[in-house]
Design a protein around this ligand. Structure first.
Ligand code: ADP
Ligand code: MG
Length: 395
């Protein structure tokens, strides 16, 4: 389905104040931005608005300050980095709404950029408080949502302001929704989906969804252990959420009736504990003995998964195949990452740690789309609608 919302390209914002919700939820280290991927991802929308002569007011959350100011979670370092990337000054407002914010917003000229303080310093942000929503809206004439990473939340800055102002999508939000829905709704076949990582209960919904859509579903990471335990296979000390086991059993039944082939690891790499210095053993089956934990898919599994990926027309990868941060357990993730990067098919990668793995192996430029949104991308791929998108005007 083509993207059906109005976008920033449809706006004529010259001289108008435009409130842009961005996702600048970046890691900070010692008062500096440690990874600016999300800031870079917002540049096309900001640059377009600058070129059209808009007066730009940016708003974002950072971390979870729980409705109170927290100096460690100030967006001030982000303003510094953004100014470097844009090559123009970025003013920083030490509050979200209030007299100072109103004043600074009114002082903006065409092409000027202002960044407001962390939205979540305001208790009304996450509760979608009507007062905060209307105060934010009062700063501007138009609203652009480019914060795909927050689009699955009904917050004052995502859903609330859109009730007060003409609301359109930013370029990143548009790209994310179009790219991810294309994979989930009209993929070129075969579609191969690779799921791993640790947050099994978050991702189990994706398994049932892709059992209906994909041609092959390859499971790795800690995701495999609920499946094994539900089949009575020993999982030793492996990370295995108990609540996932009965769900996994239902999913195995679903897989039996589905045209999608569900594949689980046939071999594993195990360690005594979660550490790079631990004793390591390659197990030639999927059964993990007592005293060991499965920390990576084994070489035969990795080869088989890489082959399936190479033959696919569309590949979606979410979640590392093992504890890739630890050298002895990084091979499975590396093999899969290299296969994804080298594939001829359309490749889409989502999930913070999967993207970190791609970066670690220097492969981030070899995939077609790297999603910036964790939870939002999972919800979209599951087929749920995103409140931040629903709130926007139709094209
Ligand atoms: P993403 O951020 O890509 O969605 P997750 O957050 O779900 O991925 O999972 C990433 C984490 O999963 C990594 O920190 C990795 O160490 C961990 N992990 C992967 N496989 C295992 C495993 N077998 N046992 C323990 N942790 C694992
Ligand atoms: Mg993660």
């Amino acid at each position: 389905m083509p993207f059906d919302r109005a976008t920033v390209r449809d706006l004529d914002p010259a001289g108008k104040a435009v409130l842009v919700r961005v996702d600048f939820n970046v890691p900070l280290d010692d008062g500096r931005v440690a990874d600016d991927t999300r800031i870079r991802a917002a540049l096309p929308t900001i640059e377009l608005l600058v070129s059209k002569g808009a007066r730009i007011i940016l708003a974002s959350h950072l971390g979870r300050p729980d409705g109170r100011p927290d100096p460690d979670l100030s967006l001030a370092p982000v303003a510094v980095r953004l100014a470097e990337l844009l090559g123009r000054p970025v003013r920083f407002c030490p509050e979200v709404v209030g007299t100072r914010a109103t004043e600074m917003a009114s002082e903006l000229g065409p092409g000027d950029v202002l960044l407001l303080e962390n939205l979540r310093f305001e208790p009304g942000e996450t509760s979608d408080d009507e007062g905060l929503a209307s105060d934010l809206a009062a700063l501007a004439d138009l609203y652009v949502n480019d914060a795909f990473g927050a689009a699955h939340r009904s917050h004052a800055s995502t859903a609330g302001v859109a009730r007060h102002l003409p609301a359109v999508a930013g370029l990143l939000l548009e790209q994310e929704v179009s790219r991810l829905s294309a994979v989930a709704e009209s993929p070129e076949r075969p579609l191969v989906v690779v799921l791993g990582g640790a947050k099994v209960s978050d991702k189990i919904g994706l398994v049932s969804r892709f059992l209906e859509i994909a041609d092959e579903l390859l499971i790795g990471g800690a995701m495999c252990f609920p499946f094994f335990r539900s089949q009575g296979i020993e999982t030793g000390n492996s990370l295995c959420e108990e609540e996932g086991v009965s769900l996994a059993s239902d999913l195995l039944d679903l897989a039996d009736r589905s045209d999608c082939e569900l594949r689980l690891p046939v071999d594993l790499v195990a360690g005594r504990d979660f550490s790079a210095e631990t004793e390591v053993s390659t197990l030639d089956s999927n059964s993990v003995p007592d005293g060991w934990m499965g920390l990576d898919i084994g070489p035969a599994t990795a080869r088989g998964y890489a082959e399936a990926i190479s033959g696919a027309a569309t590949i979606l990868w979410n979640g590392p195949m093992g504890a890739f941060e630890l050298d002895p357990f990084s091979d499975g993730t590396r093999t899969v990452a290299e296969a994804v990067a080298g594939a001829d098919g359309l490749t889409v990668v989502g999930g913070g740690d999967s993207v970190a793995a791609l970066n670690r192996f220097g492969l981030e430029d070899s995939v077609d789309w790297v999603s910036t949104g964790g939870g939002a991308s999972l919800e979209l791929l599951e087929g749920r609608s995103l409140p931040g998108v629903e709130a926007l005007g139709r094209a």
